[in-house]
Design a protein around this ligand. Structure first.
Ligand code: ZN
Length: 163
């Protein structure tokens, strides 16, 4: 087989990409950095992007639109709750601040302060990008077979050493 490498499960894929929000704002880009390298098929990147990359070849470019459900989820109005102000031992508490807390099972959860009153604080558990449609411009830069160690770990190992 001499066909060029294609993105499929158990390959390590390098992509250059720029991702924009609906309003055109650039959220992230590899323009000034190394390509993103990830192990395909292990949910290491958002599912809508991973699905769209499947089968692409090295050098191929594509515009990919990812709906919220396949990106950071839909916004949920129920994912908000008021907490007493003293639950936040921070002097200058302001809307927009982010805290990492633990859920009932001890897993890390990111919460966002959306309103601050004298005695209470409104916390939003939605991901800051929940409800956003993401617009990717992607180019597949490289595809290589994953090493046994990478497959065992479920992620790509970049350059030297281990992370
Ligand atoms: Zn590892």
């Amino acid at each position: 087989m001499t066909s060029r490498q294609q993105v499929r499960n158990d390959t390590v894929v390098s992509i250059d990409y720029t991702v924009r929000l609906d309003n055109g704002e650039i959220l992230d880009s590899t323009e000034d950095s190394a390509p993103l390298e990830y192990l395909h098929g292990y949910n290491n990147i958002i599912s809508g992007l991973e699905k769209a990359l499947e089968g692409m070849g090295v050098g191929e470019q594509r515009e990919i639109t990812v709906a919220p459900a396949e990106a950071y989820g839909e916004r949920s109005e129920e994912a908000a709750a008021w907490y007493p102000r003293e639950a936040f031992p921070v002097e200058d508490l302001e809307p927009g601040m982010t805290f990492q807390v633990e859920d009932d099972e001890g897993r890390p959860v990111l919460i966002h302060v959306s309103e601050v009153e004298d005695k209470r604080v409104l916390v939003d558990y939605n991901h800051p990008l929940a409800g956003e449609t993401l617009h990717f411009e992607v180019e597949v830069v490289d595809v290589r077979p994953a090493t046994p160690e990478e497959l065992e770990h479920g992620h790509a190992h970049h350059g030297h050493g281990h992370h």
